[in-house]
Design a protein around this ligand. Structure first.
Ligand SMILES: Nc1ncnc2c1ncn2[C@@H]1O[C@H](COP(=O)(O)OP(=O)(O)OP(=O)(O)O)[C@@H](O)[C@H]1O
Ligand SMILES: [Mg+2]
Length: 259
């Protein structure tokens, strides 16, 4: 399955969320760093032996190869394992490289869909004109990450309304859309408020749960600190989020809001 993650505005934690979910995802998983503003995975991580991540092997090299078609086994040439063991397709270093992919985007999305592993794609901020639209359309689910604030919710609603038409949100057979809240695990008010806002806006979008705001666990994510984080609030909350994300992506869960 291919799941696209993004944000409406600000830096709510898309890359961090993809990183955490990838770390505990059941089965084979691959992270594709598609942030048009420039990838962060290669900057935040190193290879397990301490070598830097090669920015030439990743989304750009796959996009070039995808024009003529890529087999599942050829995909491995564009993937690197980072500290902590996660397989990552490195992103671009300069935004203009992303727009340069141009007409290869649908082929790139197709290659990701046939990767033989579940692909979690970090698509960055989803603004009008984003080059990643073919990936959103080809995804099994589109997931927004948001922090709890009135402004963030307003921007999220506006962005979902903008996406309603191209993604046909809520129509039968369309890409399911969900939202992950990054907040305190005890903050049930934030989730209720968000759910209510989505309903008022008549958006068929599910709230997929809360990922804990946990700076200490996030700081240990790169795998270099040696700190075990499996019992942290971050990982405990992420396990529930993984279940909900897999649920909507596999069509097992229908939208809870807006019905
Ligand atoms: N669950 C979390 N708990 C604590 N801090 C977090 C969490 N998620 C993200 N952060 C922090 O928030 C900041 C932004 O996170 P991140 O880079 O993941 O956001 P982003 O949405 O990918 O931003 P951008 O659009 O710039 O790529 C970072 O300092 C990160 O450590
Ligand atoms: Mg990011």
């Amino acid at each position: 399955m291919l799941i696209a993650f993004g944000s409406a505005k600000g830096a709510p934690g898309v890359t961090t969320t993809v990183n955490v979910l990838g770390d505990i995802w059941p089965g084979d998983v691959l992270v594709a760093d598609l942030d048009p503003a420039g990838g962060d995975f290669a900057l935040r991580h190193r290879a397990p032996a301490g070598a830097p991540i090669d920015p030439e092997r990743g989304v750009l090299s796959l996009a070039a190869a995808a024009r003529r078609g890529v087999t599942q086994s050829e995909l491995a040439a564009h993937v690197q394992t980072i500290d902590g063991g996660l397989d990552v397709m490195a992103g671009v270093t300069r935004p203009e490289q992303m727009t340069g992919i141009g007409s290869a985007w649908p082929a790139l999305a197709h290659s990701l869909r046939s990767a033989g592993a579940d692909v979690l794609a970090d698509c960055g901020r989803l603004t009008p004109g984003t080059p990643v639209m073919p990936v959103l359309s080809a995804a099994d689910a589109v997931v927004f990450v948001v922090r709890p604030s009135v402004e963030a919710y307003a921007h999220l609603r506006e962005r979902l309304q903008w996406l309603s038409e191209p993604l046909q949100i809520g129509r039968s057979g369309s890409v399911p859309v969900g939202v992950i809240l990054v907040t305190s695990p005890s903050d049930s008010t934030a989730e209720r408020d968000l759910d209510r806002l989505l309903q008022y806006a008549r958006l068929q979008v599910s709230v997929l749960g809360r990922l804990a705001y946990d700076p200490k666990a996030v700081a240990a994510l790169s795998g270099r600190s040696g700190r075990r984080i499996d019992r942290t609030l971050l990982i405990r909350s992420a396990r529930q989020v993984v279940t909900s994300v897999r649920g909507i992506a596999s069509g097992r869960t229908t939208a809870t809001a807006g019905n």
